[in-house]
Design a protein around this ligand. Structure first.
Ligand SMILES: Nc1ncnc2c1ncn2[C@@H]1O[C@H](COP(=O)(O)OP(=O)(O)OP(=O)(O)O)[C@@H](O)[C@H]1O
Length: 565
């Protein structure tokens, strides 16, 4: 609990205490005038007015402080969710739409914010006001007070079922909202494909379906709340009428003074709003609970297993060896890799080949610990990878994938993405040169600060690949992984990048792990692993495999050479 919340609460109690005093002063004003003198007591009027102003100022401060506390809390919650999202395992994201996730982050959190900054402070203040008022009322006339308490308890009869319905509706609303946001994000992301495939109509129809569902849920919610409001008002007015009748009878019987009846009615008007607030709290609570169900699911999903034993330093020697030993893995039920063993010695170029869907990228996912092995071991110099924390482990690798990993922002931002030590500008230009991107960037209007658009939309396919290669070069990692990373390159760029990679290998700076569908890219590898039917069915140089593994020979002739042609 923050200091703003505690101070707000104290001020709230104090303000309510003053508010509770007002009807008592009014009572003294009326009864005093009736019995003692016919003159208006202006001093008492001044006290009443000042007390009202003072209590309003305190209530404003209290409201502000509690809202600040709520805002702080919600900022914390938003950070907590984002942090959680970024550390969730890759498997979590397979079945999620990014837009849906961000909708939960924004819309669900907004419901919580509303609950914390409006419902909770209002309820606390209401509780204090109602309790304080009833203590005084009880002191003034206990029979009338018991009558009021019993009447208002009936509000629970309305609040309980409404709360239950609200929880369900709120959950549905948030889910529909996230679906809408998911579809909208996906449509923007796929705009090029939608246009090229003329898929405008079916995409719009899908979107309309969710819009209509959301419209129906919103209407249902509004229908319920538009009925509840008037019922509450009629109910409250009925109670006030009964109290006035009962009070008037008591005044006629001289068992109640007019001043006491007036102060009773003032108290009543003062507590009607808070009592309704207390009734609504249950509804708001249920709403917030429904809205945050998905958010809680995210927060309760276990994050990546970061570390088993703290060992944050990896001492990487020149003759290091990265090994996958008897490894098996499946994303779902179907096995993708079965009992495979591979080793990657430093300073070597090692290729992984196999037909499409054979599991080559999956091996990269396992080496970089994006996914954990189902069986077997991942070792660096015979020490299990799980002995190192994830950040340290992933710093071993620079990966250029077949996917587009360009982020919106400048060329500079893309090149330094994730680097802890910001490189010298001269190093950045060297990296661009090594990736054959130097001239392209020099020609750009703002050089390194040129904005590339979302996913590098302002760059050509080859430029995007070269930018990713330059980024990987700057990381100076021990393992450089190129997963179909040169497929979009023109022969000149490929030649320059091949020279760069050979330089790195000659200096023993880097181990190169290559996945490619072009024979020329892998033919000079120190070792090639041939992946077939979930297993490694051959390993060695290209010549060795051509002689010893007939299926590899067939694969080279039918697939690799075909791509080359
Ligand atoms: N995130 C995932 N969830 C479920 N299944 C997956 C996932 N990623 C890949 N797969 C499946 O795992 C198998 C191996 O995929 P992988 O991407 O490793 O193949 P690949 O050899 O790299 O193929 P390509 O040469 O076409 O890139 C495929 O059958 C694929 O459908």
């Amino acid at each position: 609990m923050s200091w703003q919340f505690i101070l707000g609460l104290i001020l709230g109690i104090f303000g309510t205490f003053i508010e509770v005093l007002i009807p008592l002063i009014v009572r003294q004003f009326i009864d005093g005038k009736t019995h003692i003198s016919a003159h208006i007591n202006f001093r008492l009027v001044a006290v009443i007015v000042l007390t009202i102003i003072f209590s309003a100022i305190i209530s404003a401060f209290c409201q502000y402080l509690i809202s600040v506390a709520g805002n702080l809390k919600i900022a914390e919650v938003r950070m907590e969710i984002e942090q959680k999202l970024l550390t969730l395992p890759m498997s979590f994201f397979t079945n999620q739409k990014s837009g849906q996730l961000s909708s939960h982050l924004i819309n669900d959190a907004e419901v919580v914010q509303d609950f914390m900054t409006s419902s909770i402070p209002a309820t606390i203040n209401s509780l204090i006001a109602v309790l304080g008022s009833f203590i005084v009322l009880f002191h003034l006339d206990w029979q009338l007070t018991v009558f009021i308490v019993l009447s208002f308890s009936l509000i629970i009869l309305i609040a309980y079922p409404i709360g239950k319905i609200s929880e369900k509706l709120s959950l549905t609303t948030q889910n529909k909202l996230s679906e809408l946001s998911g579809q909208s994000t996906e449509n923007i992301y796929n705009i090029r494909s939608i246009k090229l495939n003329n898929a405008y109509r079916p995409v719009l129809l899908n979107f309309k379906q969710v819009v209509v569902e959301l419209f129906k849920v919103s209407n249902k919610t509004d229908r319920i709340f538009s009925i509840v409001g008037p019922i509450q008002t009629v109910f409250t007015l009925g109670i006030i009428l009964l109290i006035i009748i009962y009070g008037s009878i008591r005044v006629q019987q001289a068992s109640l003074s007019i001043g006491t009846l007036v102060s009773f009615l003032i108290y009543l008007f003062q507590v009607i709003e808070p009592i309704n607030m207390l009734g609504n709290f249950y509804t708001s609570y249920k709403q917030a609970k429904g809205a945050t169900l998905e958010l809680n699911k995210i927060l309760n999903t276990p994050g990546e297993k970061s570390v088993y034993q703290v060992n944050s330093q990896i001492l990487f020697a020149k003759n290091s060896c990265l090994t996958l030993k008897n490894a098996s893995f499946s994303y779902q039920k179907e096995p993708v890799l079965q009992n495979i063993s591979l080793s990657f010695n430093s300073g070597q170029k090692i290729a992984i080949v196999g037909s499409s869907g054979a599991g080559k990228t999956t091996i990269i996912n396992l080496l970089t610990r994006l996914y954990e092995l189902n069986e077997g071991q991942l070792l660096l110099n015979s020490v299990s990878a799980t002995n190192y924390d994830l950040n340290t482990w992933r710093n071993l690798f620079a990966v250029v994938t077949q996917e587009n990993t360009i982020i919106s922002g400048s060329i500079y931002l893309n090149l330094t993405f994730g680097l802890t030590a910001i490189p010298e500008e001269s190093d950045i230009w060297v990296a661009l040169d090594k990736a054959n991107l130097l001239e392209d960037v020099q020609k750009m209007p703002n050089g390194l600060q040129t904005l590339v658009g979302e996913q590098g939309i302002g760059l050509s396919g080859g430029q995007r690949q070269r930018l990713q290669i330059a980024r990987a070069y700057l990381r100076q990692a021990n393992f450089l992984i190129l997963d179909e990373a040169t497929s979009n390159l023109d022969p000149n760029s490929e030649k320059i990048i091949t020279n760069t990679l050979n330089e790195l290998l000659a200096n023993h700076q880097t181990t190169l792990i290559v996945i490619a569908h072009r024979l020329s890219t892998i033919v000079d590898s120190d070792k090639i692993y041939f992946l077939d039917n979930h297993q490694i069915t051959g390993s060695g140089t290209h010549q060795e495999l051509m002689q010893l593994v007939p299926k590899y020979k067939q694969f080279v002739n039918e697939e690799l050479l075909a791509v080359e042609k």
